[in-house]
Design a protein around this ligand. Structure first.
Ligand code: HEC
Ligand code: HEC
Ligand code: HEC
Ligand code: HEC
Ligand code: HEC
Length: 216
């Protein structure tokens, strides 16, 4: 039987097959890197805010406790956001007429909350709970970074499902004594944890990684 395709066509066909194969691998690799890259998750990107509030000034220099403004963080799912009244407890005395504080003053007078833009909001189908973490020794700093040094609030971790699971498989290296949950620059001593806490998390990791823990 006569040859259906010339040798040149056969070679070309082989080259195309190999290139297609390489293309699929490259696309896979790009998708893999993309899904894990910080920029995909807006890590380090601030959001526009109605007032140029600064954590570095208020928490860092002035040393105001996180709970003064995020008052439900130890007892509820939401950390809670400060009301205009919380700001006015000081700003009725300092920076009184400042134009940057105009949205705070009008919210205060109208009794309405200030509309901050969240840089952390999870999709509705994912459930998170602050109290569950903070009371078990997971620090603000572990998930939010050095907020006390931020002129503009940004995410320092992806907050992706993979990131949650990385810790839930074995939280022990990240745990601190409860009194160190609000401190910054603390190095957790996972290795020094009491044996019963370790044992507890060996058991608990099955529950902590099951879908219904975070998707209810
Ligand atoms: C415990 C007191 C206190 C509270 C509560 C407080 N502030 Fe301040 N804030 C200050 C002081 C003091 C300064 C001025 C620091 C300076 O001039 O160096 C300041 C400065 C500011 C500035 C100007 C920052 C700059 O230098 O550009 C803004 C904006 C501001 N605060 C917003 C807020 C908002 C919004 C809230 C509520 C969420 C708030 N503050 C709560 C004490 C406070
Ligand atoms: C004086 C009030 C005040 C104090 C004290 C304060 N915060 Fe905030 N925090 C705010 C305000 C106002 C916002 C919203 C504006 C912004 O994102 O910068 C905010 C936003 C945040 C966000 C981002 C929320 C989101 O939805 O993305 C985190 C995380 C946060 N604060 C953590 C902390 C931590 C940790 C501390 C203690 C080290 C702290 N805050 C202390 C007022 C405060
Ligand atoms: C285990 C990680 C983790 C820890 C620990 C943690 N946070 Fe958060 N934080 C998150 C996540 C995730 C969100 C987004 C929650 C959502 O959208 O449901 C968030 C949201 C916030 C917000 C926005 C308001 C809200 O509740 O949605 C504030 C403010 C905040 N955190 C402050 C704090 C402070 C202060 C601490 C320490 C006392 C802290 N967080 C500890 C992960 C953490
Ligand atoms: C650095 C470690 C760490 C990270 C990151 C983390 N968690 Fe947790 N999480 C814990 C620990 C520790 C507990 C407490 C487990 C216990 O003792 O019951 C917990 C408990 C929970 C609980 C309550 C479980 C229950 O049955 O009571 C939920 C819900 C949860 N985490 C969701 C999340 C989500 C969603 C994320 C990511 C956005 C996340 N966590 C990130 C360590 C972490
Ligand atoms: C520790 C908490 C946690 C557990 C356990 C968990 N998830 Fe998630 N999941 C999340 C968070 C947080 C997101 C949202 C991430 C984002 O911002 O897009 C998410 C997102 C998703 C999405 C949306 C697509 C995606 O990848 O972003 C799917 C589908 C999903 N989860 C399925 C599951 C299944 C199936 C399981 C059980 C095998 C599971 N999840 C267990 C926290 C969790």
């Amino acid at each position: 039987m006569a040859q259906l395709f010339s040798p040149a066509a056969t070679t070309l066909f082989r080259v195309v097959i190999v290139l297609l194969g390489l293309g699929v691998v490259a696309a896979g690799a790009i998708a893999f890197v993309w899904a894990r890259s910080d920029s995909t998750w807006n890590v380090g990107k601030p959001a526009p805010q109605p007032v140029p509030f600064r954590h570095d000034l208020h928490s860092g220099s002035l040393g105001i406790d996180c709970r003064y403004c995020h008052s439900t963080v130890e007892r509820a799912a939401d950390a809670g956001m400060p009301s205009a009244q919380t700001c006015m407890s000081c700003h009725s005395q300092v920076w009184v007429g400042a134009s940057v504080l105009e949205p705070v003053r009008s919210s205060f007078l109208l009794g309405q909350p200030i509309t901050w833009t969240s840089v952390h909001r999870l999709p509705d189908y994912a459930y998170f709970n602050h109290a569950a973490h903070v009371t078990k020794g997971v620090a603000c700093e572990t998930c939010h970074g050095r907020v006390d040094q931020m002129p503009k609030t940004v995410k320092t971790q992806t907050m992706s499902m993979g990131w949650c699971l990385d810790c839930h498989r074995d939280p022990t290296p990240h745990l601190r004594p409860r009194e160190a949950v609000f401190s910054t620059g603390y190095e957790p001593h996972g290795k020094d944890l009491p044996e019963d806490v370790r044992m507890f998390y060996q058991e608990a990791s099955r529950r902590l990684t099951s879908c219904s823990t975070c998707h209810r």
